[in-house]
Write a protein that binds this ligand. Structure first.
Ligand SMILES: *Cc1c(COP(=O)(O)O)cnc(C)c1O
Length: 400
């Protein structure tokens, strides 16, 4: 009989979106007359279609695959040179220097943030913010690794800062943040880099929403901070930037500077380890997708993405305006597609969920699903249409 990885018993059921779906379905069944007017502002998925550059790239690459002269089979596990260079050039245009050789192309920031745990031993002190993107917690739990939480609260604007009394080995940061929409400034990220360097810790930095940063002084990459290449791995993705949630392209930067001592005094490079891991367990992102992604990273391609992002951010503006009018405290919505607000009238997040569904047929995401600090908070997303978002917030305005 196989002995199973019983750490899976410690992984919480992915209850959040299933429970939301269950409550919405029950409401629809009990109120068939209202079912048609439900507006969903809970989704964490994009809705705008692929851009022109991406689509043209896909078509061209498909055509290449139909001819033996240009047909491509297995590609490099790390990604094609042209794609790695396209990512490095994109960083450079945003003022950050990244070596194309340190860029690993993959099929998702979710897979990479999950798989990276393999490089680390069991007995690390792992710091994870709460509220949080659940992948960091669940993947470490599956590995049997122990997590220490750092609180994101109204007091720290949902941006936990280093605590010198806690000696961490691995630190997860996500900025702009899902679910809170909060974004670290450069000084705050520098404090984290300084902490990591002083404690020989590694920062796992998720910048999946970097393209939504609208305030130019805010860092879009941890490598905007000096010294970060000695202590940070960065994960990013075209999922939210270019609507690639169903198309799949991500990139992870593992600088060669990330070298740590082993227990017997040798040295191990995280870059070499990740390279070995990917070469062994991954056979690359499809050529067609990498080719299309390279078109997305051109100036023309990115300006098309920014049109979609501006569309979403107009929704964020409408949501924020309503919350401000109602004096409801919130974070996000400026450098992030997410808006995280305090439930009015002392409600808890599931209570507000039901209240909004029952009274105005608006569906959002209860903060409790992202950690204990989300108990009294609620997430709305700007990934809907202008019409629906406006309508939802007009109903919200009347309700409170
Ligand atoms: C959406 C999202 C990602 C992107 O994941 P993919 O697997 O690339 O689609 C990564 N991190 C966070 C926090 C996200 O919300």
């Amino acid at each position: 009989m196989p002995k199973l990885n019983e750490n899976y018993l410690n992984v919480q059921d992915s209850y959040l979106f299933a429970e939301i779906a269950r409550r919405v379905k029950a409401y629809e069944e009990n109120h068939p007359d209202k079912a048609g007017s439900i507006i969903r502002l809970g989704i964490g998925d994009v809705t705008r279609p692929l851009t022109k550059s991406a689509v043209e790239g896909l078509h061209k690459a498909v055509d290449e695959q139909t001819v033996s002269e240009t047909f491509k089979g297995y590609g490099p596990e790390q990604g094609y040179e042209f794609a790695r260079k396209a990512v490095a050039d994109y960083y450079a245009r945003n003022g950050v220097s990244v070596d194309a050789d340190d860029v690993f192309i993959s099929d998702g920031a979710k897979s990479d943030t999950g798989n990276i745990t393999e490089l680390f031993a069991q007995d690390n002190v792992i710091l994870v913010p709460d509220p949080v993107y659940p992948v960091y917690v669940d993947t470490n739990t599956m590995d049997g690794k122990k997590i220490i939480y750092m609180n994101g609260t109204e007091e720290n604007d949902f941006l936990p800062m280093p605590d010198n009394n806690v000696k961490a080995d691995i630190i997860y940061l996500c900025s702009p943040n899902n679910p809170t929409g909060a974004c670290y400034n450069k000084e705050q990220l520098k404090a984290w880099v300084d902490y990591a360097l002083a404690n020989e810790a590694v920062i796992l930095f998720d910048s999946a929403y970097e393209a939504f940063v609208s305030e130019p002084e805010l860092p879009r990459s941890i490598y905007a901070v000096e010294g970060a290449k000695k202590c940070a791995i960065e994960f990013c993705s075209l999922s939210k930037t270019a609507g690639f949630t169903g198309t799949r392209f991500s990139y992870t930067v593992v600088p060669k500077e990330l070298v740590f001592a082993t227990s017997d005094g040798k040295e191990l490079s995280l870059h070499d380890m990740w390279n070995r891991r990917q070469s062994t367990k991954f056979n690359g992102t499809p050529y067609i997708i990498q080719y299309a992604a390279a078109q997305v990273f051109t100036e023309q391609g990115m300006s098309e993405c920014m049109e979609n992002i501006s569309y979403y951010m107009e929704n964020a503006r409408v949501i924020a305006e309503t919350l401000r009018k109602k004096n409801i405290p919130f974070t996000g919505g400026v450098n992030s597609p997410y808006i995280w607000f305090k439930c009015p009238n002392g409600m808890e997040s599931w209570e507000l969920f039901d209240h909004l569904l029952e009274n105005i047929q608006v569906v959002g995401t209860p903060g409790a699903g992202f950690g204990v600090n989300g108990k009294n908070y609620f997430r709305l997303t700007s990934f809907g249409t202008h019409e629906k978002t406006k309508e939802a917030m007009e109903r919200f305005d009347k309700l409170f």
